[in-house]
Design a protein around this ligand. Structure first.
Ligand SMILES: NCc1[nH]cc(CCC(=O)O)c1CC(=O)O
Length: 309
């Protein structure tokens, strides 16, 4: 009998759900059993603000250490939490079909953004969301928060905040879409690069795992993620910069796949923003991302990124 594949995962509810989803997909596609191996990271143990721990990188590096040490065979990441630099010796062997990447509002009394009164408190930790919420000019008071999805939603239930903004994908995976009072229009709040996508990582030299994971790969989702993350990398911005990017793939008249990409950089105080779009063959996703980033830089995006540091 073949030994089960070992999937290294954090213990958070979202990580466990995402990992189990990928484990089930591998078993369904190949018949191969997959066992979850819990890995505790510095980020899970500490209650210090995540920025003081060096960002979400602390979660990622513990999983990558376990992959390189050979104690696990694969790991599942929220793609938007991965640094844009490639990791030597490791490879993203699959990008499974993506969840809806939009942001979602969870507000008291079923309210939408437009229905919240001026001065209403909206909780979010991400600079990208802070900046875009302020740029709407609704007079909302944006409050920094951190913690897992339940903790954040609890601040609305308890009355501490009027609303919070979260990734719709996380709520979908946790079965909490019932709490969403509005899915935010990307024309108003554009998602983070790779939001809603998973990255399934293994060792580059592990041909067996790579070929099992190849069956899970969604070419369209991968092209979108490549385009969005190329914008982020070309702007030399990290996951804490107010940079948004969102791509979609649709079939073109010639039968090929056309990729439609939008990106924005917003001043943290919401007073300024540079937005742009590009489209072209999905096979040229990286080029489209580079060209759009270059256009945004020409129009002043670099200063907005620098000011956010
Ligand atoms: N940075 C935290 C994080 N990383 C991935 C998700 C949600 C799932 C996803 O975007 O794939 C979240 C929570 C959130 O942004 O609300």
């Amino acid at each position: 009998m073949t030994a089960p594949l070992r999937l290294g995962t954090r213990r958070s509810q979202l990580a466990l759900t995402q990992s189990q989803h990928v484990a089930d997909a591998i078993t369904a596609a190949s018949g191969r059993a997959v066992e979850l191996v819990h890995i505790t990271t510095e980020g899970d143990r500490s209650s210090a603000a995540i920025t003081q721990l060096g960002g979400t990188g602390v979660f990622v590096s513990a999983l990558r250490d376990a992959l390189r040490a050979g104690t696990v065979d694969l790991a599942v990441h929220s793609y938007k939490d991965l640094p844009t630099a490639e990791e030597p010796g490791l490879v993203i062997a699959a990008v499974p079909p993506r969840e809806d990447p939009r942001d979602a509002l969870v507000a008291r009394d079923g309210l939408t953004l437009g229905e919240l009164p001026a001065g209403a408190t909206v909780g979010t930790g991400a600079p990208r969301r802070v900046a875009q919420l302020r740029a709407l000019g609704l007079g909302l008071e944006v409050v920094p928060i951190r913690g897992n999805v339940d903790t954040r939603m609890g601040k609305v239930t308890s009355g501490e905040l009027d609303a919070v903004v979260l990734a719709r994908a996380g709520l979908a995976r946790l079965g909490r879409l019932d709490a969403v009072t509005e899915v935010l229009d990307p024309l108003q709040v554009l998602p983070a690069p790779a939001q809603g996508a998973l990255a399934v990582e293994c060792r580059s030299d592990d041909d067996v795992t790579r070929s099992l994971l190849a069956a899970l790969d969604d070419a369209g989702a991968r092209a979108c993620v490549v385009a969005e993350r190329t914008v982020l990398a070309a702007l030399e911005a990290g996951c804490s910069a107010p940079v948004a990017a969102h791509a979609e793939v649709a079939e073109a008249e010639d039968g090929g796949d056309e990729l439609y990409l939008r990106a924005s950089v917003t001043a943290i105080d919401g007073s300024d923003a540079v937005r742009g779009s590009a489209s072209g063959p999905a096979t040229e996703a990286a080029r489209l991302g580079r060209e759009l980033a270059a256009e945004l830089i020409d129009r002043g995006a670099a200063a907005l990124v620098a000011a956010s540091r």
